[in-house]
Ligand binder design. Structure first.
Ligand SMILES: [Zn+2]
Length: 315
């Protein structure tokens, strides 16, 4: 913002904002309340009040789906906040490249979820490492209105890094077309391109030097069709995973009190989408949430069923 501007009479004035407006999350205000205290506030107030005060947005009291405890417990506050649209756990990425046989369809460590953009929203890719419980978010990518070719290449990159277990939103004309496209495409890691099967990377009609044998098929990506019911299943499952072992008589802030089978770095967009999520979600941003929910369904569905824990909100 320009602080200096000229008046009509050509004298210079300093243009200061006349009042301070809190927009976005309290976590984002570098001069504000320490994060520990914000977390405490979230935990001590009901979800609507916390969402309004902490995130600075109006919430209709229509019932938020994720409680403050579940959300705060998900985020590992020892990790740096992720404000941008891209994050990877570098140590795990290197480990995966060294130790992990990407060609195996039967690996049981990394699981991804992809929520494709429809018209005005975002495409989000999330990957979990499930080698231990709690599982951890190790990869996150949020793409705003990029061409479909770039989206396929980003899915290809994630498959290249973490193997073939990807579950994608296949609903609507967009999702349908995306699944068809992935089915027929191969990814070149060297040039970061998703080519049609049988074609090579090219520039101006000239084939590049990459070896087609190194291309990775994207047909491994599976579809999950959203209906009102299957969407609700995904969200309920995520809530169950976040709440495994939750005891309402204890506080998240208590040392050694651990519950839930998922941890993530504090991704700002994820935190906000979870905090504001309500069953009537037509006007909400939900891409990060559903990408996470798809990855969680993909990687932790069986474990939760095995545990037979029932609803965390039921008696
Ligand atoms: Zn290439």
């Amino acid at each position: 913002m320009k602080l200096l501007k000229r008046r009509q009479d050509h004298s210079l004035v300093i243009d200061r904002p006349e009042y301070y407006v809190q927009t976005g999350s309290m976590f984002e205000n570098p001069y504000g309340v320490p994060p520990d205290e914000i977390v405490r506030y979230v935990l001590e107030n009901n979800a609507e009040v916390a969402a309004q005060v902490v995130f600075g947005k109006y919430v209709e009291s229509s019932g938020l789906v994720f409680t403050g405890e579940l959300i705060q417990n998900l985020f590992d506050r020892s990790l740096t906040r992720v404000r941008g649209g891209s994050w990877v756990d570098e140590a795990v990425r290197v480990q995966a490249a060294i130790q992990f046989d990407r060609s195996s369809r039967f690996n049981n460590r990394f699981y991804g979820g992809v929520d494709f953009a429809r018209q005005t929203d975002y495409t989000v890719i999330t990957v979990l490492d499930t080698i231990t419980l709690p599982a951890r978010v190790v990869y996150y990518k949020r793409l705003n209105r990029v061409p479909w070719d770039s989206i396929y290449a980003e899915v290809g990159k994630a498959v290249h890094l973490f193997g073939p277990n990807f579950l994608c939103d296949s609903s609507g004309p967009g999702g349908d077309a995306a699944m068809d496209a992935l089915e027929g495409r191969v990814y070149c890691a060297e040039h970061h391109r998703a080519n049609l099967g049988g074609t090579r990377c090219q520039v101006n009609g000239q084939s590049l030097s990459c070896n087609a044998e190194d291309y990775i098929s994207l047909a491994c990506c599976e579809g999950y069709h959203f209906t009102a019911t299957t969407k609700k299943d995904l969200v309920e499952h995520l809530r169950l995973v976040l709440g495994v072992g939750y005891d309402p008589r204890r506080s998240v802030l208590e040392p050694y009190y651990k519950f839930g089978w998922l941890r993530s770095p504090p991704i700002v967009q994820m935190e906000e989408e979870l905090a504001f999520y309500a069953w009537d979600d037509k006007r909400l941003e939900t891409d990060v949430l559903f990408s996470l929910a798809l990855a969680t369904w993909n990687g932790l569905e069986d474990q939760v069923q095995d545990a037979k824990i029932g609803s965390i909100h039921g008696s």
